[in-house]
Each structure stands twice: as C-alpha cells, then as structure tokens.
Design a protein around this ligand. Sequence first.
Ligand SMILES: Cc1cc2nc3c(=O)[nH]c(=O)nc-3n(C[C@H](O)[C@H](O)[C@H](O)COP(=O)(O)OP(=O)(O)OC[C@H]3O[C@@H](n4cnc5c(N)ncnc54)[C@H](O)[C@@H]3O)c2cc1C
Length: 315
Amino acid sequence: MTETAARIDAATRTIRFAGGGTLDYDYLVYAVGSGQARIPDGALTISTLAGSAQARRAVEALEPGQHVAVVGGGLTAIETAAETAHRHRHLRVSLHAADVPAPRVSAGARRGLARSLRRAGVEQRNGTPVPSSGDPRVGLDADVVLWCAGFSVPDLAAASGLPVDGAGRLVVDPALQVPGQPRIYGAGDAAAIAGPDFAYLRMSCAAAMPMGADAAGNILRDMDGEARIRHDSGFGGQCVSLGRSDGMVQFVRADDSPVRFHLHGRLAAVQKEIICRMTLRWIRGEAKRSGAYTWPKGPRMRTTTAEQGQAPAWS
Ligand SMILES: Cc1cc2nc3c(=O)[nH]c(=O)nc-3n(C[C@H](O)[C@H](O)[C@H](O)COP(=O)(O)OP(=O)(O)OC[C@H]3O[C@@H](n4cnc5c(N)ncnc54)[C@H](O)[C@@H]3O)c2cc1C
C-alpha cells in the first residue's frame, strides 16, 4: 500500500491519509526521512527519485559549453558537482558554497577534495551565498541549477501535535520512544534523540539504519514484556564518490569527528562503491534473518540519564 500520511492521531492510534483513508496501528515507527528545504523556482533537486530523474533529463538536454551550477557546500553538493563534471565533460560545471565547503572533514581531506574538483574541471565559488528567492539561473548565469543546500524534514509530527525539536524532528528518548507516547517510536532523519549525548547523530543512512533496527527491536521487546535498550550507534567514516575513479574517505571517531587519516583517488572510489553495495546487502540480509545487521558502537556517553532529566524509560 502506498499512501501519504497526513495526520497521526496518537489518542486513537490512527493514521489519516491524504487520500482520505485511515489505518489503525498498535505500534508506529515514525521514519518519514528528510527532503530538500524549499527550492527556489527555476532550480532542481536531487533529493528525491523523481527530482533526480528530472535533473538528469535537464542536464542531458544541454548543448556543449552550457552551464550547470550546483548550489551547496556539503558532501551531497560536492559529489553532485564532481559526478556531473566527469559524466558530461562537454558542459561547464560550477559549485557555489555559502561558506567553507565540506566543513565536517579535516583540513587535509578538504584540500584533497578541492584538488579532485579542480581535476574534474569544476569551478569552485566559495563564500558567496546564493539567494533563495528569485530564479537562481539568472544570478548564476546558469542553464541548469541543482539545489543541494541542505535538507529539512516533513511537518507531519508537528502537525500531529507530537513533540518536535527546532528543526521539526520528532523528539524521542534514548530507547527511540516518544516520551508520553509508548506506542510511537522514531528513527532516521526525521527523529532526534533528546539530550546532548546524541547530538553527534547527523542525518545519514549510517545513523538511520541502526536507529530503525533498534526501534524495531524495542517494539518486539515491549511486546514480549522485556526491557527496551538504549540506542547505541557510531560512525566509521564520511565518504563521497567524485567520478567513477576518484573519491574521498574521511575516517572518523564514533562521534563523527574526523581523525587525521583520509583516503583519496581510485582506492577511495572503490571503498565508496563497496559501502553502497554493502548498504543494500545489509538490508537484504536483515530481511532474510532478523539480527543479521550489526553496526559500530557509539561514543562513550558524557551525561547520565538523571543529568538529562529523563526517566530511564528504556530500562
Ligand atoms: C543525493 C543524496 C546522497 C546521499 N548520500 C548519502 C551517503 O553517501 N551516506 C549517508 O549516510 N547518507 C546519504 N544520504 C542521506 C540518506 O539518504 C538519508 O540520511 C537516509 O535515507 C535517511 O533515511 P530515513 O529512513 O530516515 O529516510 P528516507 O530514506 O528519506 O525515507 C523516508 C521515506 O518516508 C516516505 N515519506 C515521507 N513522508 C511521508 C508521509 N507523509 N507518508 C508516507 N510516507 C512518507 C518517503 O517517501 C521515503 O520513502 C544521501 C541523501 C541524498 C539525497
């Protein structure tokens, strides 16, 4: 069944769909992900399947010498610019970051990224924010603008009266359960675990998958009358593909802070490809055998539950 949820009524344990139907639930996992924040008229997004298909058609229709501008300074924008430049050598490709590009990687890794972008022929324009009002194709003198300037989350939780943080993410406790709503769990980009201990969990596939697995595991524990566990996951690296034979892997501590070690070039491209394939393999493996998927542990917690002012709901 494919439907868009329009409201969650926690009191009656019912989901109301945009098409008019309803669905009762015993437990709910809120995992509606993230998408592009508002995109200016005239720009295209690659954050959805339909959006990226449209962007691909627009880029493929360009004549030699025409200009693709990529707006954003994160790894998604960098990957998009490098891949576009490698695949469409006959086009002009530029990257427009409001600030320092790839701010979360080490300075050495950032220099390597800049070298890769130069080799790919990407013009780098850093430090000038592109206005989000008006058609950005005009100001950037571009034929196609790919808008990769950050993600935002759907407003379903807020619209349903559930607790949200400043970014609109559903607030959950360390067992991934909504405080005061024992039948609702949250996972992935659209959920945030309350408290400073979990602030390191950035929106990513690497965080969403372990959160989803723990939310499902805790629902099963709850149904069996067992104690729920506290979520525990950490990062191993940040990696991007920069064309078929170039890439960057920044190794990180469990809390996502970069270490000095980073890889570039063909070896990094292969590493990134392996991770993409492994992601699908992990999902398929878990579907075949529950518990098959495992992940790295998170950093040591700095505060105790009592210091966070929360009841130990997961014990
Ligand atoms: C171009 C691109 C490259 C990326 N590269 C990486 C990477 O290399 N590494 C990495 O770790 N992360 C990467 N990410 C981020 C990663 O894809 C997300 O962090 C991850 O998919 C989040 O998982 P999720 O399950 O929370 O949400 P999603 O995977 O976004 O899934 C949410 C689902 O909920 C559905 N949905 C939304 N609203 C409703 C509603 N109201 N009713 C019903 N269904 C709804 C959506 O249609 C979607 O199917 C990338 C993202 C993009 C866009």
